[in-house]
Design a protein around this ligand. Structure first.
Ligand code: HEC
Ligand code: HEC
Length: 238
């Protein structure tokens, strides 16, 4: 059924695909038949490509309005920093958005099938994952850091995101360290309420048990961990 639909969409001209873009429909967690990490045809194609950093820097121009020229986003967390995230994670998030798995209406026009190609997704991911900008990110109040760390450990976040928030590129677990505080907090809320769409079910279960105060403490703790490339001698995956 899904294969048929995909085939039908593939036959339509690009403009018709855009008008009928599946990205507007929530096919994510909570919807019938959701499977975490289902390899969409587009993601399979993107990961096969060898991203080109120079072309990626060029294609990134259309993203600067929000994520900024240095791809560090905004310290108030409205736009996340993208620098230093694993290429595999960036590809998953972008192709999940295009597949209607992660909802991100603000960004949709800029990553629609009309705006960028699958090659450009691979190039942009290569560019962002090696971008070296490391500067002061948005942080929380800093008064509950011990609590934040202990909740992070107790709730099993460490299992996937690592004790230093370094994530794991091979397993598609994002790095969280040194991300902007307000963005981390907002994502936790979106994941908890299943509004984000493409979440791992174990993470939703863990976050359900976390109080708003503990969530703030965790986001603060994570925002203050050093960039994964500073704290981990050799990061797993890439
Ligand atoms: C109009 C503003 C806007 C533009 C332009 C934009 N983005 Fe975004 N982007 C956002 C917002 C807002 C979020 C966070 C959404 C959320 O809270 O879930 C985001 C999230 C992301 C994420 C997920 C980050 C993560 O940690 O999971 C990636 C990757 C990303 N953008 C890449 C891009 C790329 C590549 C482009 C250009 C092709 C782009 N964005 C253009 C607003 C924008
Ligand atoms: C089973 C592995 C797993 C566990 C356990 C887990 N996560 Fe995640 N987390 C993920 C994955 C995978 C993503 C990326 C979304 C996706 O593609 O599913 C993610 C995304 C996130 C994000 C958004 C990052 C971004 O850049 O947008 C935050 C914040 C987060 N997790 C926090 C937590 C916290 C806090 C816990 C513990 C309560 C936790 N996670 C437990 C796998 C996990």
């Amino acid at each position: 059924m899904r294969a048929l639909l995909f085939f039908a969409l593939a036959l339509l001209p690009a403009s018709a695909v855009l008008a009928d873009t599946p990205a507007m429909v929530n096919q994510g967690i909570g919807s019938k038949g959701y499977v975490w990490n289902r390899l969409t045809p587009e993601r399979a194609e993107a990961v096969r490509k060898k991203g080109d950093v120079a072309l990626g820097q060029e294609a990134y121009r259309g993203c600067r309005g929000c994520h900024k020229q240095d791809a560090f986003g905004r310290v108030d967390g409205i736009y996340p920093r993208l620098t230093g995230q694993y290429a595999s994670v960036i590809i998953k998030q972008l192709t999940d958005i295009r597949a209607g798995l992660r909802l991100n209406p603000k960004m949709e026009p800029f990553i629609s099938f009309d705006a960028i190609t699958v090659d450009e997704i691979a190039d942009i991911a290569a560019f962002l994952s090696q971008a070296t900008t490391i500067k002061e990110n948005g942080k929380g109040p800093g008064d509950q850091l011990a609590l934040g760390e202990s909740v992070y450990v107790q709730k099993g976040c460490v299992k996937c995101h690592g004790s230093r928030g370094e994530g794991n590129g091979e397993k598609l677990y994002p790095a969280l360290a040194a991300q902007h505080y307000s963005y981390l907090l907002r994502e936790m809320e979106l994941i908890k309420t299943m509004a984000r769409g493409n979440s791992h079910p174990d993470m939703v279960t863990s976050l359900r048990e976390v109080s708003p105060n503990d969530m703030e403490a965790m986001a603060d703790f994570l925002s203050r961990l050093p960039d994964r490339r500073q704290s981990v001698a050799k990061a797993p995956g890439k």
